[in-house]
Ligand binder design. Sequence first.
Ligand SMILES: Nc1nc2c(ncn2[C@@H]2O[C@H](COP(=O)(O)OP(=O)(O)OP(=O)(O)O)[C@@H](O)[C@H]2O)c(=O)[nH]1
Ligand SMILES: [Mg+2]
Length: 203
Amino acid sequence: MNQQTEKIQQCKLTAIVLAGGKSTRMGTDKALIPIQGVPMLQFICRIAEACAEKVYVVTPWQERYQHLLPPKSQFIQEVPLPGETGNEPRTHGPLVGFAQALVYVETEWVLLLACDLPNLQLEVLQEWAVELDRVPQEAIAALVQKDNRWEPLCGFYRRRCLPELNKYIDRGGRSFQEWLRQYPVQVLPLPDPKMLFNFNSYQ
Ligand SMILES: Nc1nc2c(ncn2[C@@H]2O[C@H](COP(=O)(O)OP(=O)(O)OP(=O)(O)O)[C@@H](O)[C@H]2O)c(=O)[nH]1
Ligand SMILES: [Mg+2]
């Protein structure tokens, strides 16, 4: 592979959209709340499709969202963890959903998105994406940082973090913050903090 082709391949991106939350605080499924005239999950998938070659939506309840996925987006069924009998909760939080979808990713970088980001801006994601080939090799992710915490559900991860992520999950870990603390992460600039607003109540 010549250098030029290699560069183009590296810039290719897959997106994973998390849509397996229970919306407990909101009290109604956030993925279905209309934003700019369409259900929020569709709004997020459309933006994801504009910056990634493949978009995966990971959820345990595909039937609920079947009608609203745009053409380039496809479902990944979230499944119980190994050893579960079926009496446990159907989901284990965003970190496990992410790990189950990451198995299908073939590009070096993946864009991870929550489905409840009503102010998400395509232009900002695109500006971030073009800088990915400058991220130091040792960084496993490129994320926004706020108050000493990472914003894990709107940013980029290297596919190669999967084995380490699975080990962390096998040990019972479920926290993005705790998991990320062990690795170098590149800081992304956020021009407008409102972009990462995710809403959990109408107040
Ligand atoms: N696939 C998957 N996505 C999840 C899971 N838990 C949360 N998410 C998603 O992660 C994002 C952020 O989740 P939260 O803001 O906690 O939303 P939520 O879990 O639906 O709401 P609460 O029940 O109030 O915590 C949303 O896009 C959720 O759909 C999960 O277990 N599996
Ligand atoms: Mg939650």
